[in-house]
Design a protein around this ligand. Structure first.
Ligand SMILES: Nc1ncnc2c1ncn2[C@@H]1O[C@H](COP(=O)(O)OP(=O)(O)OP(=O)(O)O)[C@@H](O)[C@H]1O
Length: 281
């Protein structure tokens, strides 16, 4: 922790205040307020077009912060971009592994990009591959990997720089249930070993319920509800008072109301798939 610079305010790994970002007339992020506690798994949920990816891209410094403030472990994302980048790991929605390289070469590439010290690189690459159970497959071309293996490889790429805050944009989309569980098991094992903070977006409500300590519903660029899945469900149950047990999806339908369908968004699995395996094949 000593070489990370400023101490995070109030134990927060990430703070966004009034973050806003527009694409032309489209206000993708519209005054986002968020505080993610160090060490937690935080789920950022919302229908298609809610602004989740745009917010993540601002936090990871891939987009500027034109309005509002973003701080990662006390570092300002607008003014200290390199410091923020050194603290972050990012697994984007888009495929980030190269089919024409081996698993080890893919992770080594990220180690170079993220400036892992040359003398440590081989060990750190091996550790990252081990952490996601890809040691045996490490020297095979990524084009031979299954979709779940590719996703774990992308996780290793993000982990090789030993991030304090891991950002995952729909990490399990398009994977079968066993591969989804495997991805989460590996994320949780690394988190338990390192204490890193995880911010994840997902359309899978069951995953958010099971794996996230707290979740926030983002809709039309803003947070509309935030809390533990249990608290959010209990609150809706109390308000409805009909004895039925709401799911997390019920909570978010309640919060976003008819605006969901008007925007064409769905909280349930939207049946999009990254087609990971076929795209690297
Ligand atoms: N490069 C871009 N150019 C123009 N508009 C964009 C661009 N990227 C996103 N948008 C718009 O910004 C809004 C927020 O999009 P964003 O991708 O951040 O949402 P999201 O919550 O991540 O959605 P999804 O769940 O589908 O990934 C949408 O209206 C989208 O059409």
């Amino acid at each position: 922790m000593s070489d990370d610079g400023p101490i995070a305010e109030g134990g927060a790994a990430l703070v966004c205040n009034g973050l806003a970002y527009s694409f032309g007339e489209t206000r993708a992020v519209d005054g986002l307020d968020l505080s993610v506690t160090a060490g937690e798994v935080f789920g950022l949920l919302g229908p298609n077009g809610a602004g989740k990816t745009t917010a993540i891209r601002c936090i990871t410094t891939l987009l500027p912060v034109p309005a509002g403030m973003v701080r990662v472990l006390g570092h300002d994302a607008a003014r200290e971009r390199m410091a923020v980048r050194r603290l972050l790991g990012y697994v984007p929605q888009q495929l980030s592994a190269d089919a024409a390289l081996t698993g080890r070469e893919n992770v080594a590439l990220f180690a170079r990009v993220f400036d892992v010290a040359r003398r440590e690189r081989a060990d750190r690459v091996a550790q990252a591959l081990e952490a996601v159970d890809l040691t045996e497959a490490a020297d095979r071309m990524a084009s031979t990997y299954s979709g779940g293996m590719v996703r774990r490889l992308e996780l290793a790429q993000a982990l090789v720089s030993a991030p304090r805050l891991l950002m995952l944009d729909e990490p399990t989309i398009g994977l079968d249930p066993i591969a989804r569980t495997s991805v989460w098991d590996h994320i949780n094992a690394v988190r338990a070993a390192t204490g890193m903070t995880v911010l994840v977006t997902t359309h899978y409500m069951d995953e958010a319920d099971q794996y996230c300590g707290r979740v926030a519903l983002m809709h039309r660029g803003r947070i509309r509800a935030l809390g533990t899945p249990e608290a959010l469900k209990a609150d809706l149950r109390d308000r409805r008072g009909d004895g039925a047990k709401p799911t997390l999806e019920d909570v978010f339908r309640d919060v976003a109301g008819s605006g969901l369908d008007a925007q064409g968004g769905e909280f349930r699995d939207v049946r999009r798939t990254r087609r990971t395996a076929s795209r690297v094949g």
